[in-house]
Design a protein around this ligand. Structure first.
Ligand SMILES: C[S@@+](CC[C@H](N)C(=O)[O-])C[C@H]1O[C@@H](n2cnc3c(N)ncnc32)[C@H](O)[C@@H]1O
Length: 316
């Protein structure tokens, strides 16, 4: 199914999701369908999937033909999940999995404009709507551009990059990925063996264009409401900004929290724990997986179990 995208941490995901016969699972990031297909093969269960990318949904339609009674895909974002659940009368799930970020299908298609390794239009949208990376680069005020490159790329040279972009676009707007990447490379220089100097700026633009961090929060909130008692939340993240959101979300709900004045940003005050953090440090790919699929190198899988507590009794 997923020719073109090698699913990351696949065995670990299957085990963590605890896939069982008669179970019902949500794959919230269908992509190439590697996770959905593995879940369907593993047990006689039902899988619902979503993806915001119409091309991923088209791939999902093929899997629907293979498993007409057990698999269904919907186009939508994490922030649409509650509406989809209401519209389609979804019950609570035994497991929900998120494999955040972009698929190899998206990165490796030059016309999607995600990568500086291929020349394509500066787009980076996972879905077909919203503002493109080109519009951001060519129209944002210098201050806003610098802030977003710093915030979403954690790029320390954000001000220098933004100022140079704004000067250059006055003469000639940026239209392609190669143009922007080459410009940043020339500006910052490139050290042998180091990552491409445009890496963090591209990451920042992609996260901003797709509103990725808010989407993650929306997805996690949905899982809190739509996991059965004892159900598993499995997440795979690819960089520290994503991972921090998941870690904070689960930690904040895994213990009876402190007094309000001691809460960290993002934490909530719960009377009772809502999740059990099964691997507080997360699970990383093995050296062999990284060797076979270098794109897995920064992946981290986290697993949490939904708890419902009644009269101080943990129900799972
Ligand atoms: C890393 S890929 C998933 C790969 C998949 N697990 C597989 O094995 O083929 C991530 C997918 O999630 C989708 N995605 C990212 N953010 C999303 C969001 N907020 N809502 C819905 N889909 C999203 C992307 O379009 C992409 O297809």
């Amino acid at each position: 199914m997923s020719d073109g995208h090698i699913p990351v941490l696949l065995c670990e995901m299957l085990q963590s999701l605890n896939v069982q016969d008669q179970g019902c699972y949500l794959d919230a990031t269908f992509g190439g369908g590697g996770y959905s297909e593995a879940i369907l093969k593993h047990a006689d269960c039902q899988v619902f999937a979503i993806d915001r990318d119409p091309q991923a949904v088209a791939r999902g339609r093929l899997l629907e033909q293979q498993y007409p009674t057990r698999f269904k895909i919907f186009e939508g974002c994490f922030s649409d999940l509650s509406h989809l659940a209401a519209a389609h009368f979804w019950n609570k799930f035994d497991g929900i999995v998120f494999d955040f970020g972009v698929s190899s299908f998206q990165i490796d298609q030059p016309e999607r404009g995600f990568s500086f390794r291929f020349d394509g239009p500066l787009d980076m949208r996972m879905s077909t709507n919203g503002i493109s990376a080109g519009e951001v680069v060519n129209t944002f005020e210098v201050e806003d551009l610098a802030n977003l490159i710093y915030r979403y790329g954690e790029e320390r040279k954000s001000r220098r990059i933004a100022a140079a972009i704004v000067r250059r676009r006055a003469e000639k707007p940026f239209e392609t990925t190669a143009d922007l990447a080459g410009f940043i490379e020339k500006l910052l220089g490139r050290k042998f063996g180091a990552q491409h100097p445009a890496t963090l700026t591209f990451q920042a633009l992609r996260i901003f264009v797709n509103n990725e961090l808010i989407e993650i929060e929306e997805g996690l909130n949905f899982s809190q409401n739509f996991l059965k008692s004892g159900g598993y939340l499995v997440t795979v993240t690819f960089h520290s900004l994503e991972d921090r959101i998941v870690k904070t979300f689960v930690r904040a709900r895994s213990s009876r929290t402190k007094v309000a004045s001691r809460l960290l940003p993002g934490e909530i005050q719960t009377e009772q724990p809502l999740f059990l953090d099964l691997f507080p440090k997360g699970i990383s790919p093995t050296a062999l997986e990284v060797q076979q699929n270098p794109r897995s190198r920064s992946a981290r899988l986290r697993v949490a179990r939904r708890l419902y507590i009644s009269n101080d009794e943990v129900l799972i």
